[in-house]
Ligand binder design. Structure first.
Ligand SMILES: [Zn+2]
Length: 482
């Protein structure tokens, strides 16, 4: 096991200072870190991606370099000659204050093409499926609404028709009314025409779009609802405060608005339009930093790439939910397993009032675990394939196996094939472990674009202790957030 020092991202949409769980969790694991109250702490990255690489706490070696030299390299990579071996996932904790951009992530094929053409905006060649597990109430927009809801909102809001074009809307309504299968190519093509018209208008006639947003807000103030919940109306008004007159304010009329309660989890792959709205989550993503943005951002909007990748599938919010699967042999572990090879998530809880120890499933793949609360020891009890059983009550004193105290904020890399348990738990433990049996992507040959001369870049954080200085690398300017 290796304790990790990880990377904090400041983005404009992050929660400030002590309000941010990212900052609080990071500070809990790094005692000399001072939280800046005016800093928007948005994301804590736990993975090997070059735009925010984890390092070993004991020596500041990058985890990816350590993996390339470790005996696990053959499990994790098809090419052992590499200097860096990447995990297929990044686990993140996110703290969201304002709406993130309306966005979609490319497929693997599209990512490779986009990186070749435009490495500034598409910093690697990999795809980026995403899973969000709600730590607090967590709101997002995700996927196009079911067809009947879109049809209802088209009837209720004339400004939406004006935005998407009357002819396109009639075609979509006709397709929805006549097609038995609402996922048919005819329905999806009709929705695609509506969407493209909207994006073109946002580019060509932003003043007209602003007027239509005003009309939309007036409609909402007059009590027009279509199929919207009151909470969705509140979100739309907030969007118009954060991004006045932006075409994205219309998006809840045609996208599912999901309000996840703590413990609920959703997943979507490439091709799905989405935007995080508020709250805090554990996120698992593919080891990529590629995002195609549609609206609600001052950053680059790539309308052609966007319209090309969207699948225009109209479906219910439930279809994005991932149920918790209580593992039969491991009563302390719930598994969230989307249809995705890049990551799976285990939630581990240990209640010292019930039992001070908890076994974790042995995984023959690499994983990273983060404690968000609790106090216990994390202990190796052998390797997979040895004779020790999961009920083993062996004495670990004088053993070579690793045993270390862990508490909130600790982030640990676990190599493949290790049997582990929490033990001597004195405070309720809640931990998240991300793992994958896939080999990681190759980021060694990505095109690097340096926009600012290195001598002009200043580190964002500096810790005073010389051993720990240099934990934070300067954030790359090409980190996908231009
Ligand atoms: Zn995303």
């Amino acid at each position: 096991m290796e304790r990790l020092e990880c990377h904090v991202k400041e983005y404009a949409w992050g929660k400030y200072g002590d309000n941010s769980e990212v900052a609080r969790l990071y500070a809990a694991g790094h005692k000399r870190f001072n939280i800046g109250q005016n800093v928007p702490y948005a994301e804590l990255w736990m993975g090997t991606h070059p735009d925010g690489p984890a390092k070993l706490a004991k020596c500041s070696t990058k985890l990816s370099s350590f993996l390339a030299r470790s005996k696990s390299a053959s499990f994790l990579s098809n090419n052992n000659a590499k200097n860096d071996v990447h995990l297929p996932f990044i686990m993140k904790v996110m703290s969201i204050r304002t709406t993130l951009s309306l966005q979609v992530h490319p497929t693997k094929e599209q990512a490779a093409r986009l990186h070749e053409l435009d490495p500034i905006h598409y910093p690697d060649r990999h795809h980026k499926p995403e899973l969000a597990y709600a730590l607090t109430e967590f709101q997002l927009l995700c996927g196009f609404r079911p067809a009947d809801q879109i049809a209802e909102n088209l009837q209720a809001f004339p400004c939406l028709r004006a935005l998407m074009g009357e002819k396109n809307c009639l075609r979509l309504e006709n397709a929805i009314a006549t097609e038995e299968d609402k996922q048919s190519l005819i329905c999806r093509t009709a929705l695609g025409s509506c969407f493209r018209q909207m994006m073109n208008l946002a580019r060509d006639k932003p003043d007209l779009v602003e007027d239509l947003v005003d009309e939309l807000i007036e409609n909402l103030n007059d009590g027009t609802r279509g199929c919207l919940m009151e909470e969705t109306v509140r979100v739309m008004k907030k969007m118009n405060v954060d991004f006045p007159g932006d075409v994205g304010v219309f998006s809840p009329l045609f996208l599912n608005h999901m309000i996840l309660q703590p413990g609920e989890c959703c997943y979507y792959a490439a091709e799905e339009l989405h935007a995080y709205l508020s709250g805090e989550c554990v996120e698992c993503v593919g080891c990529s930093n590629n995002t195609i943005r549609a609206a609600m951002t001052p950053k680059f909007i790539d309308r052609d790439a966007l319209c090309e990748v969207l699948n225009y599938r109209m479906s219910s919010p439930e279809s994005y939910m991932i149920p918790a699967n209580q593992l039969a042999d491991f009563p302390n572990v719930e598994e969230y397993a989307p249809d995705c090879r890049d990551f799976q998530l285990h939630k581990v809880t240990v209640d010292p009032k019930k039992c001070r120890s908890a076994l974790m499933p042995p995984l023959e793949c690499a994983s990273i675990i983060v404690l968000v609360r609790g106090k216990a020891y994390l202990e190796e009890i052998g390797e997979v394939g040895t004779s020790q059983t999961s009920n083993s009550d062996i004495c670990l004193e004088d053993s070579d196996f690793d045993r270390r105290p862990v508490t909130r904020g600790d982030i640990i890399y676990i190599p493949p094939g290790i049997r582990l348990r929490f033990t001597d738990c004195t405070e309720f433990v809640e931990a998240y472990r991300t793992f994958s049996y896939e080999t990681g992507p190759d980021h060694e040959n990505r095109k690097i674009v340096q926009l600012v001369p290195p001598e002009k870049l200043k580190p964002r954080f500096e810790l005073t202790d010389s051993e720990e200085s240099g934990i934070f690398e300067v954030e790359a300017e090409c980190d996908g957030c231009l």
